[in-house]
Design a protein. Structure first.
Length: 395
């Protein structure tokens, strides 16, 4: 077979299925065969056959170096385990602000020990949740999470945690409702007090149209771990979908009084306020929230929606234009503004994109009071049929 030439650290890392930092360290410390064009400072390249030969003998070579190398490997594994434990402790809180740190800790643990299956599962969980609460786009987070779970499976991990993460991906990325339901139910049969599994099952109950069960599962998840900010945010969203807007506002207020800060809860608060009375009376309050949470695109979409409903079409269009400048364009927030402006055709197009991205908001389209003006629209009704719980997958 002809040998393959790899012409950058990135391509070498991808071939070896490691990070660029790891392969550079292997080159510096263990002699990974990497060459340079035009001298010491030229671009790097390597050949696949040389890499394969080096990798196949890496374990034996490390052992032959004696106790020093062996001690180094043990120290790296030990540090990897320590980082994974630290990330796991932070995961128990699951707040907007710590998800990036959690993911970084798990990535560092993986760099130190690529055999740390638990770190791959933890990374997948952090990425999935980041996509749902809006910290990352689903198109970026979900493929990474799927790859992390594949690596964990190759390492022989077959426990409740990996099954739970796989269930989340089947719901969020694949939209395979039946498979997600089976995986969540299996996880909960083994770990009935898994707050992350209970939260996932609650969101699937929303898809199934059973908001009472969704609320029960979310409350159970919160009782298991009252400090997990994400569970509280999911709870106020489910209350909003159920039409209990006053209770949704109370849930947000109580979590805020307890020191919690959640962009998802802030967005739900704005949407619930719009449903509770004259819109003109709550615009100022939503403006204040948007000023304090400037990166919250759904909150800005809710503000544009409120402007449009209160007769301030010019300000609504200004928000629509400003959000349209974002790369990838935030679909659900744009749809909110378009609904307020009575542009149903474009609104449905944005909602179709939101569904395709695997957004949290798309799971509740059937109950979202902000979308009531679209009920009866044949394109929107077609989109709602994709939320049929008996549907295997939309892909």
């Amino acid at each position: 077979m002809a040998k393959l030439r790899l012409d950058s650290w990135k391509s070498i890392a991808e071939y070896l299925k490691r990070s660029s930092r790891t392969v550079q360290r292997w080159h510096a410390e263990y002699g990974l065969p990497v060459h340079r064009f035009g001298g010491d400072k030229g671009p790097v390249f390597s050949y696949s056959d040389e890499l394969d030969a080096w990798l196949s003998g890496f374990a034996e070579e490390s052992a032959s170096r004696g106790g020093g190398a062996d001690d180094d490997l043990k120290a790296r594994k030990r540090r990897s385990s320590e980082l994974a434990v630290q990330a796991g402790e932070m995961w128990e809180l699951r707040s907007d602000g710590n998800l990036g740190t959690i993911a970084a800790l798990y990535r560092r643990a993986i760099d130190l020990d690529p055999g740390n299956a638990g770190a791959f599962v933890g990374l997948a969980n952090a990425l999935i949740l980041a996509s749902l609460i809006g910290n990352m786009r689903g198109a970026s987070a979900c493929p990474r999470a799927a790859e992390a779970l594949k690596r964990a499976a190759r390492l022989g991990s077959d426990n409740a945690e990996i099954r739970c993460a796989a269930a989340w991906l089947r719901m969020v990325q694949e939209r395979n409702w039946k498979s997600a339901r089976a995986a969540f139910d299996e996880t909960l049969s083994r770990q009935p007090r898994s707050s992350f599994a209970l939260s996932g099952r609650a969101l699937l109950h929303v898809v199934e149209g059973n908001l009472a069960e969704a609320l029960r599962c979310i409350r159970d998840a919160w009782k298991v771990n009252t400090l997990a900010s994400a569970s509280n945010a999911f709870l106020c969203w489910a209350q909003y979908l159920a039409g209990d807007h006053g209770q949704a506002l109370e849930t947000v207020a109580q979590s805020r009084a307890g020191g919690e800060s959640s962009s998802l809860a802030n967005a739900v608060e704005a949407l619930a306020l719009i449903q509770t009375g004259p819109v003109a009376a709550v615009v100022k309050r939503i403006e204040g929230s948007a000023a304090n949470d400037s990166g919250n695109l759904v909150l800005f979409g809710a503000l544009g929606f409120a402007y449009a409903l209160s007769g301030q079409q010019g300000r609504a269009q200004e928000i629509f234009r400003s959000m349209g400048r974002f790369a990838g364009k935030p679909a659900y927030p744009l749809a909110l503004v378009l609904v307020g402006l009575d542009d149903r055709h474009q609104a449905v197009s944005c909602l179709e994109q939101s569904f395709g991205e695997g957004s949290l908001w798309s799971l509740g389209f059937r109950f979202d009071p902000a979308l009531k003006p679209l009920f009866g629209d044949h394109r929107f009704e077609s989109l709602l049929r994709k939320l049929d719980p008996d549907r295997m997958s939309h892909r």
